[in-house]
Design a protein around this ligand. Structure first.
Ligand code: KG4
Ligand code: ZN
Length: 340
């Protein structure tokens, strides 16, 4: 029988305090998430200082719940995995300090995990048959990357955003049309009532860099459009703005992901991160993948946005490779992918 490696995973890089127990990187025994969205909504975005304080308040409770739900204890788990970057430094430090305390007190191996590698690994949980190599589009509130997954824990960045992340663009446009935070799910919903061809917004492309993205021009174009309507006393059809903006984002994200897969001779494409739960992106990816005979993988929404199960999946493959961190593990806010 295959050896059972039970990992307690901890995630606190932004505004979710999360803990999970994952067996052999693919089987989720528990996945507890305490979201701070309601708290940060008041300010229209994440306030780092508040996020850190809330993590401190919640982290023990979240870990206890995750262990209880999984029927495990701090003694019965095999290792502790924790996100150590990238993210908000004060938020990351809460999870890192907690994981170090557990590893020290219970003499368990400690594995520091890269947050984006976690997002990508959410696909391993959802699709038990998925194995590298594949192309992965990672689109979240903080990141927009095209990552070639060469092997477990082995990555190459093929493309990235030059300015805003895709999720950030969703959040900013949502705020401009009065939808509140976080904007992604709200735009996704409102766009269903709008006409995606109503307004032509620019594409989030970078001249001469076919795999890179740039969302700030698109964001400005939406803001200019709204201003122009206001000055001309024209009523804005918010659903049309949402649908047209979303179409522009989704078109570029999917086109780049498919082209990168084809260019690198890969037959599998995955998506990950908060924006991967966008219904229009999923539909467009499915359509384009079918056309190009590519297999398409995406995690269920709860595994797209920040969670600890994905950290447990990535942490397992690092653990298997023999990666261990010492009690000097620190938070690295701008940690690069594959940087060890
Ligand atoms: O992965 P995530 O939880 O956090 C980061 O690591 O950044 O992603 C959060 C981002 C937010 O910007 C949110 O607006 C966006 O993902 N998002 C969406 C959807 N659900 C979440 N964007 C578009 N459509 C959605 N359905
Ligand atoms: Zn994330």
């Amino acid at each position: 029988m295959e050896e059972q490696i039970k990992i307690l995973a901890i995630e606190s890089s932004c505004d979710e305090t999360a803990a999970a127990v994952v067996v052999n990187g693919r089987e989720v025994k528990s996945n507890v998430i305490s979201s701070q969205i309601e708290l940060h909504k008041l300010y229209g975005g994440v306030v780092p200082e508040i996020a850190s304080r809330k993590h401190i308040e919640k982290i023990n409770q979240v870990i206890e719940e995750a262990l209880e739900e999984a029927g495990e204890t701090l003694d019965s788990i095999d290792a502790v995995a924790v996100t150590y970057g990238p993210g908000l430094v004060g938020a990351l430090l809460v999870g890192v300090a907690e994981a170090k305390a557990i590893a020290y007190a219970k003499k368990k191996p400690l594995v520091g995990v890269h947050h984006i590698e976690g997002h990508i690994s959410a696909n391993y949980i959802e699709h038990k048959d998925l194995e590298p190599p594949f192309m992965c589009l990672v689109a979240s509130g903080g990141h927009s990357h095209l990552v070639k997954v060469i092997d477990y824990g082995k990555y190459e960045i093929i493309g990235r955003t030059r300015d805003d992340a895709a999720g950030e663009a969703f959040d900013k446009v949502a705020r401009a049309i009065g939808l509140g935070y976080p904007g992604g799910p709200k735009i996704d919903k409102l766009a269903r009532e709008g006409d995606k061809k109503a307004i032509t917004f620019p594409q989030a492309k970078v001249n001469g860099a076919p795999n890179d993205f740039s969302f700030s021009g698109l964001k400005s174009a939406v803001l200019n459009y709204l201003n122009k309507c206001k000055m001309q006393n024209v009523e804005v059809n918010k659903a049309d703005v949402a649908a047209s903006f979303q179409e522009s984002v989704v078109d570029v994200l999917s086109e780049h992901a498919i082209n990168a897969a084809l260019e690198h001779g890969l037959d599998k494409v995955a998506i990950a991160g908060g924006v991967a739960s966008n219904s229009a992106l999923r539909a467009k990816m499915a359509e384009k993948c079918e056309k190009h005979h590519l297999k398409f993988y995406y995690p269920s929404p709860v595994l797209c946005t920040d969670n600890a199960a994905m950290i447990g999946a990535a942490g397992y493959y690092d653990y298997k490779k023999g990666i261990r961190d010492g009690l000097d593990l620190n938070a690295v806010p701008n940690l690069k992918i594959g940087q060890r």
